[in-house]
Design a protein around this ligand. Structure first.
Ligand code: ATP
Length: 614
């Protein structure tokens, strides 16, 4: 049994939709269609060509049936050899022509589908890049990747297959009906009368398949999530250290099993109905032979054997598109659901964006002001409460406080990873929300605890901050960050590869490289989130040596976990439960005997002792 039920699944299953699924069923509105159309519109010329080729190939597809009638009547029954040869040559030409048109059609289809998805993929990627940091902390990475990859690939399928199938089947159907009526209206009507019999079962099948499709998609999302979480570097570390391999395997296997069941059920849905359909479709020709025969034998109609053969052949050609069009309903709903889902992503508002008249100052001094700032990640839970402080240009502030007190949150507000709820954060006297985002982020350099290096060489990682930096600039920054000697000692020097997420390097080395990277950016304000404990005292000292001169030479905010960093700062802010509860310099704070003293006793002094021992 599958124990883990992914969200959105369950009860529904066979044939009827749960409330949630009903709610999620796409509403096919004019606006939705218009929006899909807007992606197709730039390619209207190519689409017209596709339409023409579909029209031609539908006509060419029916011509052999009509020619067969003439071959029978004129060639075989009429015993006219010249006409027979001529008709066979034409038939050959028609078949060849229809194949060539088919090639053109599929080339155009692929071309259009590729171009449309190219546009869509690019604009979605750009949109996702503009999403706020909050979006990435809240949404599952697996979901985001699925939207970008398999969802967009499915759009390609829809355009290349579903849309053309709808068009070509509709055209074939119309052409077949017209051709049948031209031959004989009575037989044509008989053939068409039994058409509604097809629609009865198909609707039901469509519903079942729709439910199954949604369940399978949820299941695939869940599987992607598991893969993303457990096959990532940090995920694997967690799995290995907690010996969760078997548990994760079982979780993966159970979803996988659920997926195959759903896939099998989906592909089997409606097989029984199809048996019924096949029976219906063989009743048609029987009726035509019967009524045709009666007309010819009893009523002396001018119908020929060829005509009856043509009508039966056309009927066969007509049922196939009807069948296909009815089955397409599921593909159609699925496609619309896909577009709806993608458009939902496109419609997610950009939370943090440039103000319409964003200011780009000529120079940056780097003065930071928090003015009665209130902030919360989720509305119900206030994180920062009335935080006010000023950091003058060239000065430094150390923020200390217990874990979870809101230190990282304070610094996240400066480069606008989040916006304040109340109050304001100002940079050089201007509210950060009015500043040009690019300018602001250029002026603020952040070294986080959890340093991210991408898989490439040390040089690539450094150049990310300043693509045109010279070798001298790189060396200079690395010397300041106290990492040059280490890099130089590597066999490949600056071209050494750092491994996935920089894992070939130690925590301290990574952090020093990321300090060098920020130095290359040369920001007006440096924010440094000091690593809590992961480093040994030698690494700590090396980082300390790197950052001490930086603190004194430029405006900086440090989340401090070590006494030496605290002592190097011009002012200390003590944060507790999102509020600044004490502020001042070390000696005064220590003398006052408050939270700072407590932190000093428990955290800084111990760190100091261990450093001295080291
Ligand atoms: P530490 O020293 O452990 O890094 P901190 O003082 O930097 O802690 P913050 O990271 O600012 O603390 O977190 C403050 C509070 O906000 C915590 O209670 C945390 O649970 C919450 N929080 C942090 N990030 C988010 C987020 N993205 N969404 C919701 N809540 C969050």
């Amino acid at each position: 049994m599958v124990s883990n039920q992914p969200r959105g699944m369950g009860r529904g299953g066979r044939g009827f939709l749960t409330d949630e699924e009903k709610a999620n069923r796409p509403k096919i509105t004019r606006a939705l269609l218009r929006r899909i159309g807007s992606y197709l519109r730039p390619y209207w010329k190519q689409m017209t060509l596709v339409l023409l080729s579909i029209l031609l190939s539908s006509i060419f597809g029916l011509l052999p049936s009509i020619l067969t009638g003439r071959i029978i009547d004129e060639g075989l029954i009429g015993q006219n050899l010249d006409a027979l040869i001529w008709l066979i040559v034409v038939l050959l030409g028609v078949i060849l022509g229809s194949s060539l048109i088919g090639v053109l059609e599929s080339y155009l289809n692929t071309w259009i589908a590729q171009h449309i998805t190219f546009d869509m993929r690019n604009s979605l990627y750009r949109h996702l890049q503009s999403m706020s940091y909050r979006f990435f902390t809240t949404n599952k990475q697996g979901d985001i990747i699925t939207r970008m990859t398999s969802d967009i690939s499915s759009v390609q399928q829809i355009i290349a297959n579903t849309l053309t199938r709808i068009l070509s089947n509709s055209i074939t159907l119309i052409v077949a009906i017209v051709a049948m009526y031209q031959k004989n209206w009575i037989l044509a009507t008989i053939g068409i009368i039994i058409l509604p019999l097809f629609t009865l079962p198909t609707k039901k099948v469509g519903k079942t398949r729709w439910t199954l499709t949604r369940e399978a998609q949820d299941c695939r999302d869940e599987i992607n999530g598991i893969l993303n979480e457990t096959l990532s570097v940090s995920g694997q570390m967690l799995v290995k250290l907690f010996c969760k391999e078997d548990q994760e395997y079982r979780r993966y296997e159970s979803f996988n099993q659920r997926l195959i069941r759903l896939n099998i059920r989906e592909s089997m849905a409606g097989r029984w109905f199809r048996v019924v359909l096949q029976t219906f479709s063989s009743i048609g020709p029987m009726l035509i032979y019967l009524v045709g025969g009666i007309l010819m034998i009893r009523y002396d109609s001018d119908l020929t054997v060829g005509d009856v053969t043509v009508l039966v052949a056309l009927l066969g050609k007509m049922y196939q598109p009807v069948n296909s069009l009815l089955n397409i309903q599921v593909d159609w709903i699925r496609s619309m659901a896909l577009f709806t889902r993608l458009f939902d992503y496109f419609d997610m508002p950009v939370e943090i964006k440039n103000a319409p008249d964003a200011i780009i100052p000529k120079k940056a001094a780097g003065r930071i002001e928090f003015d009665h700032v209130h902030f919360s990640y989720e509305l119900s839970r206030p994180i920062l409460k009335d935080v006010s402080f000023t950091l003058d240009s060239g000065k430094s502030i150390a923020i200390v406080g217990p874990s979870g007190s809101g230190k990282s949150t304070i610094i996240n507000l400066i480069p606008r990873l989040y916006d304040v709820i109340e109050g304001s954060v100002r940079f050089d006297g201007i509210d950060v929300r009015q500043l040009d985002l690019g300018f602001l982020r250029d002026q603020v350099g952040v070294v986080t605890q959890d340093t991210y290096l991408f898989n490439g060489s040390i040089r690539d990682n450094l150049l990310y901050a300043k693509p045109n930096a010279t070798q001298n600039e790189l060396v200079d920054a690395c010397r300041k960050a106290n990492i040059h000697d280490f890099i130089a000692s590597q066999p490949e020097g600056y071209d050494s590869l750092v491994g996935n997420r920089g894992l070939k390097l130690s925590g301290g080395e990574k952090q020093r490289i990321s300090i060098a990277r920020v130095l290359l950016k040369d920001p007006a304000v440096l924010i440094f989130d000091e690593a809590t404990s992961s480093l040994d005292s030698i690494s700590e000292n090396m980082i300390q040596e790197a950052i001490d001169p930086l603190i004194t030479s430029r405006t900086s905010i440090l989340i401090a976990h070590r006494l030496s960093t605290v002592l190097a700062a011009d002012e200390i802010l003590v944060v507790k439960e999102g509020q600044i509860v004490e502020r001042g310099v070390h000696d005064d704070l220590l003398a006052s005997g408050g939270l700072y003293t407590e932190l000093y006793e428990t955290q800084f002094r111990r760190a100091l002792d261990s450093t001295n021992e080291g």
